[in-house]
Design a protein around this ligand. Structure first.
Ligand SMILES: Cc1cc2nc3c(=O)[nH]c(=O)nc-3n(C[C@H](O)[C@H](O)[C@H](O)COP(=O)(O)O)c2cc1C
Length: 231
């Protein structure tokens, strides 16, 4: 696929994923982009010391929630050289951690933010249990401080109802299997995003590819699940 000025359209999907939810979404998003002929590059942020999912115990899960609330950074390996090429769009994707971007994404901003995002069109994707607004405001501020043009946002929340969603995520992080618990499985059949949400991500990818191809604004796409398309 060529852009309006007949260059190939290139998109970088830069992401971090701890429990495979963001990863599942960005790969469906990427499939939608590729279906439109976009040249796609994935880059997953890799912590210097790999993090183990599940965290394992209730105490260590509470501890991680506390330090992530304090926005403690998690150092990451250097980005691969392909990240420094020109892209028509960077999709920056990752989970919410205690109302903030995750530690690896915060590290990315500290080290590479200015060089990576200045003058760049960026579309964030957030995967979370349900509480994304503070994350979104903080992320948009970080991107704008780096000189990025934040064109829109894609938000995916776990489809389960409260309070089961919070209980289920906490137990899952702590190493339990709530979806197989006799008392919880009726209210909490699955951790994370649904198949339907993954197909929504595919539709978003197609819509982004079409907009980039046609030279239309990504700000005009409705990224509300079920309402994909131009506003
Ligand atoms: C340490 C930690 C803190 C979290 N805090 C929040 C939060 O504040 N709000 C929320 O909606 N989800 C929160 N979550 C849930 C994740 O955002 C959610 O499970 C997400 O889908 C995980 O994506 P991933 O598998 O790509 O890492 C937290 C998860 C972890 C591990």
């Amino acid at each position: 696929m060529q852009s309006a000025d007949s260059r190939p359209v290139k998109v970088l999907i830069l992401y971090y994923s701890f429990s495979a939810q963001t990863s599942g979404l960005v790969h469906r998003l990427g499939a939608g982009l590729e279906a439109q002929g976009v040249h796609l590059v994935y880059e997953r942020l890799q912590p210097l010391t790999p993090l183990k999912f599940p965290i394992g115990t209730v105490l260590s899960t509470l501890f991680m929630m506390f330090i992530t609330f304090l926005r403690v950074r998690i150092s990451i390996q250097p980005l691969s050289s392909k990240c420094w090429e020109h892209y028509d769009l960077i999709v920056l994707a990752g989970p919410t951690w205690s109302y903030n971007p995750s530690g690896p994404v915060l590290s990315l901003f500290d080290r590479d933010g200015l060089k990576l995002f200045a003058g760049q069109q960026v579309l964030p994707l957030i995967s979370c249990r349900g509480y994304w607004r503070m994350h979104w405001w903080g992320l948009r501020r970080l991107l704008e401080r780096c000189g990025a043009k934040v064109v829109n946002k894609m938000i995916f929340v776990h489809p389960n109802k409260e309070p089961w969603r919070t209980i289920g995520v906490f137990l899952k992080l702590a190493g339990r299997v709530p979806e197989r618990s006799r008392w919880l499985c009726r209210h909490y059949p699955r951790y994370g995003h649904s198949r339907g949400q993954q197909e929504t991500a595919f539709a978003f990818g197609s819509a982004i590819g079409q907009a980039l191809k046609g030279g239309t604004s990504l700000a005009d796409i409705s990224f509300v699940p079920g309402r994909t398309g131009l506003l």
